[in-house]
Design a binder for this molecule. Structure first.
Ligand SMILES: *Cc1c(COP(=O)(O)O)cnc(C)c1O
Length: 450
């Protein structure tokens, strides 16, 4: 039985899969932040290229991947699918564990899958510069990489606490030629307003989004780019699942359980959506499980409601699981999983009972990451470690029950720039923190009335 199940470059998917074609219920429309009426393409035109706006609203099942994008994908795609023989042995489980490894991209995560596509469409429509926000720095570095390939300028608003906690992500962004500032920054009205109230603000993804959106909305040559949550982003990530499906076929297996960590939902959706189609259309029984941190329990604790995507109330309102747009997360190490909302498509599928969600505290998550590093070798990102935890727990449940399930999870990225977090874990300094119920109730009060 092989350890690595590989595809040739010729076997790489040439289209993305658009789940809008197969959703069990229509996606509630995004609403204008001022009028609260459904938005149209013209409302998004100041921020996004028309091709991405079309993709955002499209119900076409497959959308072709442009040749220029495929050519860059081939630098690291198809990514490997591993059978975790050594982890299975270490756990003494009869279960079969597979993982799709997205840490092989130059930025070390799945994020370039959409960054490259977004940079391409912007370049194609004459845009010269892209603004964005980044939490832990993975998205900022992925977009910097992509903009570099297409000769675009790139400005990254990086959540201040991460700017200082993750200096090497910052260096990567600069190496690929982009500009990066800590957010809140004095460069925008949104940033200046926060700094006036709280000069020591650690920042949040919501604040950084407000800054990046303002930057793009106020400059003719600039568009905005988002690394998760939106339909077109999730669609670009489906190369992961489309490849994994072919690889599972090569392995002569099909997953009983599919697992991924969720921040905004894109890597999880990328792996899961092609399998969701099998579940909806061909009545496959696969369980599809999203894993989030207990410190930011968007799907497990939040309501399914219309909310803003940002703190500054500038983005359209979308229907999603949310902890409220005023949410300020605890400084847990899985920086990429600290967003207050969840992708509308993932939210709908959870609401419809096709996907489920669980939440874990930091310490059990890092314990799983260390078990994984000591069996499979790969040191995983703290975000991806959430998926590892759930995969291990499923495998241990199989041992208990004597069941031979097939488990597939997405290993969204490596943790080479997160070793400080591992250090804290080994020094027993990581604090478990569960977001209190009272705060969830408080956030509810801040939701816009629709
Ligand atoms: C950004 C990131 C995540 C979380 O974002 P999603 O959109 O939910 O995928 C997870 N893992 C890694 C490695 C990341 O960089």
């Amino acid at each position: 039985m092989d350890t690595k199940i590989l595809l040739t470059e010729k076997e790489m998917p040439t289209s993305w899969y658009n789940i809008n074609a197969d959703l069990p219920a229509p996606l509630p429309p995004p609403l204008h932040p001022g009028t609260k009426q459904p938005i149209g393409p013209a409302d998004l035109a100041p921020l996004f290229p028309m091709e991405l706006i079309k993709q955002e609203m499209s119900t076409e099942r497959y959308i072709e991947i442009p040749d220029e994008v495929q050519e860059i994908y081939r630098l690291w795609r198809p990514s490997p699918l591993y059978r975790a023989h050594r982890l299975e042995k270490a756990l003494g489980t009869p279960a079969k564990i597979y993982y799709k490894y997205e840490g092989v991209s130059p930025a070390g995560s799945h994020k370039p899958n959409t960054a490259v596509a977004q940079a391409y469409y912007n370049k194609n429509e004459g845009i010269k510069r892209i603004s964005t926000e980044t939490g832990a720095g993975q998205w900022g570095s992925a977009l910097a990489l992509a903009c570099n390939f297409f000769g675009l300028e790139c400005k990254v608003y990086m959540v201040k606490v991460s700017f200082f906690q993750k200096p090497y992500r910052r260096s990567m962004i600069e190496t690929w030629g982009a500009k990066v500032v800590p957010s809140p920054s004095p460069d925008t009205n949104a940033g200046r307003a926060i700094l006036a109230k709280d000069p020591e603000s650690p920042g949040s993804l919501g604040i950084a989004i407000s800054e990046a959106v303002e930057d793009a909305a106020t400059r003719e040559d600039t568009h905005y780019s988002l690394g998760s949550v939106l339909n077109h982003v999730l669609m670009h990530q489906t190369v992961i699942g489309l490849e994994a499906m072919k690889q599972m076929e090569k392995a002569g297996d099909y997953p009983d359980v599919i697992i991924g960590c969720i921040g905004g939902g894109s890597n999880f959706a990328g792996l899961a959506f092609p399998f969701v189609r099998e579940k909806i259309v061909n009545k496959k029984k696969t369980r599809i499980v999203a894993v989030e941190p207990a410190a930011c329990p968007t799907v497990t604790k939040g309501p399914y409601a219309y909310d803003f995507g940002d703190t500054g109330e500038m983005t359209p309102l979308v229907k999603m699981y949310t902890l409220g747009h005023g949410f300020v997360p605890a400084s847990i190490h899985a920086g990429g999983l600290r967003y207050h909302g969840m992708a509308p498509q993932v939210s709908l599928l959870v609401k419809e009972g096709i996907m489920e969600a669980v939440a874990y505290e930091q310490n059990p998550v890092f314990e799983a990451a260390v078990t994984f590093a000591r069996s499979e070798g790969i040191i995983v990102a703290p975000e991806a470690a959430h998926a590892v935890r759930k995969a291990i727990d499923e495998a241990l449940a199989c041992r208990q029950a004597g069941e031979k399930k097939t488990i597939l999870f997405n290993l969204s990225g490596h943790g080479h720039f997160d070793m400080a977090a591992y250090d804290e874990f080994f020094a027993c300094k990581l604090e478990d923190y569960t977001y209190p119920e009272a705060k969830v109730k408080e956030a509810l009060a801040s939701l816009p009335k629709i």
